[in-house]
Write a protein that binds this ligand. Structure first.
Ligand code: NAP
Length: 291
């Protein structure tokens, strides 16, 4: 049971977490904090938060659980603002899609890593954003990756694990570096490709009637290009090195496929497509989530 939860960033992910906890009656009072007062008032009307406080420093006072669910780019500023204002026993976690950048920002803000800090990332989401789009079952049967630091206290890790399990998620732990590498491959690269493809085709629109004839395959492949541009800009900046590594290796692979097509090498093209189909058919069903 969380007595007082402070949610900083009341949008899709934070709103869904709180809705899930409320449905299970596992959370007492919720104070919401964010940039725009309109959004926070709206969240009160929706029953997601009980009260609002626009200043992160006072919002965290008295909270036993603080969840940071703003876009990644806002996290360093928020962490700097709450440093020195958390209750002694408070547990602090975040939901950012890149982990090393958040840990670095926390170290800078706090002058070291607090024992109550347990970085996290729910592998769940939709291409919609905002508290309006939040729903209680978003994390059911999804994974949440925690990347505890060497300073994270066992009781804090337990509290964050229990919170996510309560809303139906399976919690796994790994290092921040491994997380960032895995997510660059499975989520960040596909999003970058989808944005780039839609943008490239949109710019060809004058010459070819692309969107008019866009059917299932195009829609399936590019759905995630409807995701929030600010969030994805932040992810690209926060996980730059791992994304660049993936982009470079994928560019090489594309070059090899291009050469096969240019050379009319049907056998190797078919072999590559078959390998890809086998991998997808066999392995993807177990995977979950967006980002
Ligand atoms: P969202 O729906 O846009 O919610 C973010 C919230 O943060 C908004 O309500 C916004 O409120 C608030 N915010 C923005 N700037 C702020 C600031 N400077 N200070 C305080 N609040 C601020 O985004 P989301 O999809 O929930 O994503 C939130 C986090 O979850 C991101 O770090 C993202 O990497 C991570 N994540 C997202 C997904 C996904 O698929 N969406 C999945 C896993 C993790 P205002 O409108 O009032 O500014």
């Amino acid at each position: 049971m969380i007595r007082r939860l402070c949610l900083i960033g009341v949008g899709l992910i934070g709103g869904s977490l709180v809705r899930g906890l409320r449905e299970k009656r596992l959370c007492g009072r919720v104070v919401g904090c964010g940039r725009s007062l309109d959004n926070l008032h709206h969240a009160i009307k929706l029953g997601v938060i009980d009260e609002l406080d626009a200043d992160p420093a006072s919002a965290v006072a008295g909270a036993d659980m603080v969840v940071l669910a703003t876009p990644l780019g806002a996290m360093p500023g928020v962490l700097a603002r709450i440093a020195g204002h958390l209750d002694e026993d408070a547990v602090l976690t975040d939901v950012g899609s890149a982990k090393q950048a958040v840990i670095d920002a926390a170290r800078t803000a706090f002058g070291g890593l607090p024992a109550g800090f347990v970085p996290g990332h729910p592998i769940a989401g939709t291409e919609h954003s905002g508290v309006e789009a939040s729903f209680a079952t978003l994390f059911e049967n999804r994974r949440v990756i925690l990347t505890p630091t060497a300073s994270s206290a066992a009781h804090a890790i337990r509290a964050v694990t229990r919170m996510w399990e309560a809303v139906g998620a399976e919690v796994v732990e790994m290092s921040a570096a491994h997380h960032d590498e895995v997510l660059a491959a499975t989520s960040h690269l596909p999003h970058v490709l989808a944005f780039a493809l839609v943008d490239a085709l949109a710019r060809m629109q004058d010459r070819i009637e692309i969107f008019r004839y866009a059917a299932g395959g195009f829609r399936d492949f590019t759905r995630i290009a409807s995701s929030d541009p600010t969030m994805w800009r932040d992810i690209c900046l926060a996980n730059r090195d791992a994304i660049l590594k993936m982009l470079d290796s994928y560019t090489d692979d594309l070059g090899r496929l291009r050469a096969m097509i240019a050379g009319g090498d049907g056998e190797r093209i078919a072999a590559l497509f078959e390998r890809a189909k086998d991998a997808r058919d066999g392995r993807l069903e177990a995977a979950t989530g967006e980002s």
